[in-house]
Design a protein around this ligand. Structure first.
Ligand SMILES: NC(=O)c1ccc[n+]([C@@H]2O[C@H](COP(=O)([O-])OP(=O)(O)OC[C@H]3O[C@@H](n4cnc5c(N)ncnc54)[C@H](O)[C@@H]3O)[C@@H](O)[C@H]2O)c1
Length: 314
């Protein structure tokens, strides 16, 4: 019921797929019941943790594909609650993989990891061979979770593909605060005609993918035997400074204003600086290209939240 999972369910439904969504619905994560309100009668929803072996052992038996998007994705949260991040991003992942090994080793898994596994980029753009040196708890746990998937592929033949996502945005993302993603918070601040708080001088660069493009990559890989066992960056050659992003939002909505504030110390300590991804590997191997340009995607998403703010802003 988070960003990726809900958009995927909606995308797959017309194909005739039988869909089960499992989500623990933690208030600190991105789940929102409104994300699936229009299709809730056509899918099965299980409110549970993927780390609950009693439940996951049964669920994995019945499926051909697992889109493993369940995760705690806040870097800040992981630093304040490292053991909770460990439970959600490692123990739960291992429980899921064990369930697959014991009860459905033929299943195919698609795991959404993060660009945070690289840490501070040594050069840009960052490709998959970049040093892996995460600088926060979440990045370390995601990296280990990647390794679990690789290990289960090598030792037990459980096919998986790993995607290292950059900032991914779209309808259904958490926007009520900045816990997960600065863009979500800025969407709310802009639409509420508040100040968009930009940390530092606003010159930091970031790349983005709309959720539609991310899901396109993941679904394309699902039909390619050569993708299994591989790790792919998902990102974008086009990047923007923080100031450009804020200005774009203000231009689209006609509301909001920029306020530059000093980087809070606890955020600076786990900030990776400038980032954008080299996506040559996935472009060559599975012929993926992101289609939605950021300004166009941003316009769509701002319009979604303008219409549905009652469901997402508090
Ligand atoms: N969106 C991004 O920019 C981005 C970037 C890098 C990586 N990722 C990763 O992709 C995945 C999906 O991201 P998203 O943006 O859809 O996040 P999201 O928070 O919107 O959705 C994740 C969902 O997983 C659920 N969840 C978390 N741990 C769970 C568990 N142990 N058992 C059951 N449900 C659980 C949450 O309640 C939430 O609904 C996450 O693992 C995230 O770390 C996302």
């Amino acid at each position: 019921m988070g960003l990726l999972g809900s958009n995927l369910a909606r995308l797959l439904l017309p194909t005739g797929a039988i869909i089960t969504v499992i989500d623990n619905f933690s208030p600190k994560y991105g789940a929102n019941k409104f994300n699936l309100h229009d299709i809730q009668n056509e899918i099965t929803t299980v409110i549970a943790d993927i780390g609950d072996a009693g439940i996951i052992n049964k669920l994995v038996c019945e499926v051909d594909y697992i889109f493993n998007f369940a995760g705690q994705s806040s870097h800040i949260y992981s630093m304040v609650n490292p053991l909770s991040d460990l439970d959600g991003n490692l123990r739960a992942q291992l429980t899921l993989l064990e369930a697959c090994r014991k009860f459905n080793p033929k299943v195919k898994i698609f795991f959404s990891s993060t660009r945070q596994v690289y840490g501070i980029p040594e050069q840009l753009p960052v490709d998959e061979n970049h040093k892996l040196a995460p600088i926060d708890i979440n990045g370390h746990h995601k990296l280990l979770a990647e390794e679990y998937h690789n290990l289960y592929y090598k030792h037990y033949g459980i096919r998986s593909v790993i995607f290292r996502l950059t900032n991914t945005y779209g309808p259904g993302m958490r926007v009520k605060d900045g816990l997960q993603n600065f863009l979500g918070l800025w969407i709310r601040q802009t639409l509420e005609n508040e100040a968009i708080q930009v940390f530092g001088d606003g010159k930091q660069i970031r790349d983005f993918n709309h959720v539609e493009d991310v899901l396109d990559a993941i679904l394309t890989s699902a039909s390619m035997a050569t993708a299994y066992g591989q790790t792919y960056n998902l990102g974008n050659d086009t990047f923007y400074t923080l100031t450009e992003i804020a200005e774009l939002m203000i231009t689209i909505t006609g509301t909001g204003r920029i306020e530059y504030i000093p980087f809070p110390k606890h955020r600076k300590a786990i900030d990776i600086g400038n980032y954008y991804a080299n996506t040559r590997k996935i472009k060559q191997k599975i012929q993926w290209e992101p289609h939605l340009k950021f300004p166009e995607g941003l316009e769509k998403v701002l319009s979604f939240y303008k219409k549905n703010q009652n469901q997402y802003f508090s």
